[in-house]
Design a protein around this ligand. Sequence first.
Ligand SMILES: [Zn+2]
Length: 707
Amino acid sequence: MLYVQIKNNEMKLIRLFIMTILLAGNGVQAANPFFSSYKTPHQTLPFDKVKIEHFLPAFEKAFSLQDAEIQKITGNKEAPTFENTMLALEHSGSMLHDVTAVFYTLTESESTDQLMELASKVTVMNTEHANKINLNEALFARIRKLYDMRDKLDLKADQKKLLEDTYEDFMLSGAALKGADRKKYSDLSVKLSSLEETFQQNSLKSTNQYEKIITDKSLLKGLPEDILSAASAKAKAKGKTGWLFDLSAPSYVSFLKYAENRALREEIYRAFLTRATFGEFDNSGVMRDIANTRRQMANLLGRPTYAAFALHRRMAEKPEAVYDLLNKLSEAYLPVAKSEVAAVQGFAIGMEGKNIKIEPWDWSYYSEKLKSAQFNINDEILRPYFKLENVQKGVFGLATKLYGITFKKNPKIPTWNKEVVAWEVFDKDGSYLAVLYTDFHPRKSKRAGAWMSDINEQYRLNGKDLRPQVSITMNFTNATETKPSLLTYDEVTTFLHEFGHALHGMLSDVNYRSQSGTRVYRDFVELPSQVMENWASEKEFLDEFALHYETGEKIPFELVQKIKASENFNVAYACMRQLSFGYLDMAWHSLTSDFNGDPFAFEREAWARAIVLPQPKDCMMSTTFNHIFAGGYAAGYYSYKWAEVLDADAYAYFSRNKIFDTETAESFRKNILSKGGTEPPMQLYKRFRGQEPGIEALLKRNGIINN
Ligand SMILES: [Zn+2]
């Protein structure tokens, strides 16, 4: 099972717990549903029958079943073949897969304190079990034998890729290292996880350390009422009077965007950009150790830098390709970003009636003012046109138009909450394709954000095509007593995004589970999702479903145009920010020897070519850059931009004739969506597009160059 997250800020998992409701039953021990075959439509997972006490016994049995399966492979007297080793390994652990899928669906979407407590235990058990397999020398010896003669085995492309990827997974866990190196590698990886944990802790604690209490309301001019009342509630909760502002994202972002008081904006900006740079929670040493440890691990595996090591398993393949992208984009966006800054500067002078020089703590404030002056558009104007039921019809309808697939509710399919709807999905010839679960609204037991999950991947077992079960989970605005659920434009694009991931899962047509659907390289996985977002601003698409929920009137075309134009407001500045983070990430992971220098100077130099409004010299972003030091995006931050380039390039091709072009859709399905990770992504992309992706389509979409 694999979760696909969206957008930068959603990497942080915010978990909400409920205190009292248990999954545990009333004392009568029901039969463990994992121990027999499920009597459910399409063999879907028995979410309704699982109780918390079923998990531990089920995990234990699942571990021992897989242990036995692995033993059978390693105990085989015959020489290794693709079938008796690779295929046997690939098909092992099927019960573990099911138990894990149910367990993590519940911890994400139907959580309790008891379940979260169990989760820490289960995570340790899972890691130990996985390590036992990854460090199994006899197993690796058989895989290595196959790998060494892979060109003589007459393997199909997907089989060869499966063998190569599996071999490399084992390499990454240090299986190929001998003696002292093996010990060293394992020590380094233990050290690295503890450093990453410390980094995250320091980053969080230094964020929480700061608070600013303001008791004079006249200092808070400009801040909207809802933000003020949140700040006052925060103060009250701490037994204080006045308004409390801290460095949590909502508080910090709104303060910089709306507060008229410039000195306070500067103070809060500086507090934010000096987090974890001094004192008890200083991360400077921690991040240096992380970068050095990663480099040492990469070196042990024969790679010159951590970036070279990480990019080996990405579409970009090499650090040079990443730098090439960053450089090309910087060159194109920099002049436009400069003129955007000049425009905001000019606007600020006009607004203040005096000559002020825009500083980083002014950017968001004056940009917001200029934006509302230029585009009289906001969420509330659009909401009435985006009734959830209509949006859902529109999104499903788009899939029907493009791929011919259809959707039918099936209430007999068990789900994890009564709000969740299970859909049977059918292919254009009427044959059964997949189960799609939709889970739309916030609950206390559900974490924030939006994600897609491959609950059960598509693959083939003994020639039988096992169709997938996927879910999309959102936290959309609820209906009220007087109004149905009305979405913001952002929520509409989020729906399209996650639905794009779901299509990747549902249309999968592969032989092996570990290559199924969204199980592709990180810098490729956002193509199917982001490409779907492009339809959100197409009039022809909106006209199908974006009808005023009271009057039935179609969404006015000027509004659609305004949406498009406002999306590109200060787009170059935002792009340069993303590029600067990309450069910084690459610099930390391109070290070829131990770093012992000044981190402030390192940061300044690393991103210099992408900086438009320089931060003060005593500020630093690296010490709280969780994405790369604690969040799995090491040498991977560029993938946000990479994916945008891909989706713009793909969509330009898609819509060159008409936006519902079924022929292009068919090719996208055949060459990309159905193929999962069976081949290197660049090959798949070129087969669809006829050439490698270029940045022109993104430049056009952003208005950097003319159409
Ligand atoms: Zn995504």
